[in-house]
Every structure is written in C-alpha cells, then in structure tokens.
Ligand binder design. Structure first.
Ligand SMILES: NC(=O)c1ccc[n+]([C@@H]2O[C@H](COP(=O)([O-])OP(=O)(O)OC[C@H]3O[C@@H](n4cnc5c(N)ncnc54)[C@H](OP(=O)(O)O)[C@@H]3O)[C@@H](O)[C@H]2O)c1
Length: 314
C-alpha cells in the first residue's frame, strides 16, 4: 500500500511516499481503507523530532492521526460498524499512521461518519472536534450562558471550538488576527479580538472559560480576566501548564486544566449528530493529494491556517 513516511527527523522534504505492506489486523482491530486524512500540528512536531521521547525513533515512521474511509475487515467488537460502512476517527497514540491506504484501528477510535459528508470533509473533524469538546465539556464544565474565550479561534481546534461552544449555549469571544474576524462571526462568535491590536488580559472582559488553544496566554496572565470560579484550559504540553494545573488542582476558585485528547466513539457519535443536524461543519482551507503532503505540513507550520488541511488518499 502507499503510505507517507519519514526516514529521519527533519524538514518537510523528509516526507516520502513509499510502498509498505498492508497492516496486519489484530483480532480486536478493524481494518479501514483510508480515503482521506488530515494534518495536525502534532504531525509536524513528530516529523521534526520534538516529541521523540513519546513517538520513539523507529524509521520508516508513518504519519497522520485523523482518517475517513471504509471498513474492509471488522473486528471482534459486536458494536463496531459492519464491513463497507463509511467511518471516520482518530488515533490517540503517538504513532501516526493514517496517511496510508490501509489502517488497523481499535473499535473506540472510529464511528460511522456524518451522512452527507465526503471523506475529505469527514477527515477534517475527529481530532479537532474531540479536543474542543473534551476541553470545553470535560475539563471546563461548560454551561449554557457561560462567557467563553477561545484564543487561536481561527485554527483547526479553535474554529470548531467556537461552533461547539455556541451549540452548548455559550457567549463566545474569539481571538484571531483581524482578517479572520468575518470568518469568526460567520461561525457564530459574539465578540472578536485582534491579538495584534488588543491584549485581552488588559480588557474588561470576564470569562467563565478561557480556552488557550494557541498556547501563548498562560494561566497567571489570564487570571485577572477569569471570573472567581473561572477555568483556563490549555492544549499545550508545556512546563508552565503542568505547574498551573498542579497548583490549582484542589482550588475551589479559579482552576487551570490541560486537555489531552482521547479517541472516544461516543464523542465521534456526538460530533456526527451535530453535523447531521446542520449545526457543525468541517472547515477546510485546502485539500492536498497524498504526494503533496510536504506542502500540507509546510502550510500547517505557518501557524496561520484557517480550519483544516486535508490529505486525499486514492
Ligand atoms: N493537547 C491536545 O490534545 C491537543 C489536541 C489538538 C491540538 N493541540 C495543540 O493545540 C495547538 C493548536 O492546534 P490547531 O490544530 O488549532 O493549530 P492551527 O490550526 O495551526 O492554528 C492556527 C491558528 O492559530 C492562530 N494564531 C496564530 N498566531 C496567533 C496568536 N499570536 N494568537 C492567537 N492565535 C494565533 C491563527 O490565526 P491567525 O491566522 O488569525 O493568526 C490560525 O488560525 C497546537 O499546539 C496543537 O499541537 C493539542
């Protein structure tokens, strides 16, 4: 099968399309013919070796964590979708492998994909939507009426985070460059803040939840604009985040949290229901053929992608 791999850590030109044997499915795994995948910052960090303590350094190393495709061999799980079902999902390991024609996954890592979407559209959803949902609902306890701020609101996680916060009844402020404000308003953002013009921490805003997706607004800086029981949630695995989480773990007032996304069938089912109901939709900046995966990584590394970058595998 065709698969994107790297043979060493390094720049985008390390990415190469090679022929690999199809994965051997374990009895509890499901084999998927992948039709589309998506790029995440995690893919680029792993490619550069920044996460080698987690990813290891076994080359050739495959890449990719989001996928959409069709089941070609079902596992033992009686509740798993049947052979031929169009599915979408994500890997929550450190081993990327969705940018390939075939993929063996655990049953909890996939679900039936939204009915009206193409494979490319479906592949744009799992990791970013699961992250935003788990951050806002599980880590921050979002409630209808909450004032929520999303920093990095135009990117992969942030853009669906705006939609999910709106679906859950929040009043949403999105932080992005001014050129993305019309885009944020179209997603439903009630307030838009330009990080080039305004330091949000010096404003009169007060938030129940501050979701620092981009990773440059530390808890200590954000505390003045959090309500007394406000929750700050970060996506980035950095020492200041671990410290703030530890320091506030028994707090009855303001708290810091870290989201580490997990693959959950129930969350993929929830995301599908919202998409099927027309409340959530994939946001795709560009679709690349597998052979152009290096260009997709380069775009992701600009840190100015709007929504997602998708890889077509056919
Ligand atoms: N812990 C987890 O489980 C988990 C899961 C998913 C992602 N993550 C992490 O979360 C981070 C974001 O992921 P992502 O996929 O959303 O990234 P992304 O799509 O690359 O984010 C790009 C967005 O960042 C915005 N941005 C750039 N500079 C900014 C600034 N100074 N202030 C605010 N926003 C700025 C850009 O908006 P403008 O173009 O308007 O500047 C752009 O829309 C990454 O570090 C990723 O690794 C962690």
């Amino acid at each position: 099968m065709k698969a994107a791999v790297i043979h060493a850590f390094g720049p985008t030109d390390q990415l190469e399309i090679v022929d690999l044997p199809r994965p051997q499915r374990q009895p509890d795994e499901i084999l998927v013919r992948v039709k589309a995948a998506a790029v995440n910052p995690k893919d680029t960090f792993i490619r550069k070796g920044y996460l080698k303590d987690f990813s290891g350094a076994n080359f050739p190393m495959q890449t990719g964590f989001d996928f959409a495709g069709e089941i070609t061999a079902a596992g033992d799980d009686a509740e798993a979708p049947a052979v031929g079902t169009a599915v979408y999902g994500m890997l929550d390991s450190w081993e990327g492998k969705t940018c390939a024609e075939y993929l063996a996954v655990q049953p909890h890592q996939l679900a039936a994909m939204p009915a009206a979407l193409s494979f490319e559209e479906a592949a744009a959803l799992p990791l970013v939507c699961s992250t935003a949902l788990q951050a806002l609902r599980d880590q921050a306890g979002i409630q209808a009426g909450h004032a929520v701020c999303i920093n990095g609101a135009a990117g992969g996680v942030g853009s669906v985070g705006v939609r999910i916060a709106k679906i859950l009844g929040a009043e949403v402020a999105g932080i992005a460059s001014a050129g993305n404000h019309d885009f944020l308003r179209a997603l439903g953002a009630d307030h838009c803040v330009d990080y080039n013009a305004t330091d949000i921490t010096q404003t009169d805003y007060r938030f129940d939840i501050f979701f620092d997706v981009f990773g440059n607004q530390p808890f200590d800086k954000v505390k003045p604009i959090l309500k007394p029981k406000g929750v700050w949630v970060s996506t980035v695995l950095q020492p200041h985040v671990f410290k703030s989480v530890e320091e506030t773990q028994n707090s009855t007032g303001q708290r810091a949290q870290l989201v580490v996304v997990a693959a959950r069938r129930a969350d993929l089912d929830q995301i599908r229901q919202w998409v099927d109901a027309g409340r959530l939709k994939p946001i795709i900046q560009e679709i690349y053929p597998l052979e152009k995966i290096g260009a997709a990584h380069a775009q992701q590394e600009t840190k100015h992608t709007r929504g997602k970058l998708v890889i077509r595998i056919d």
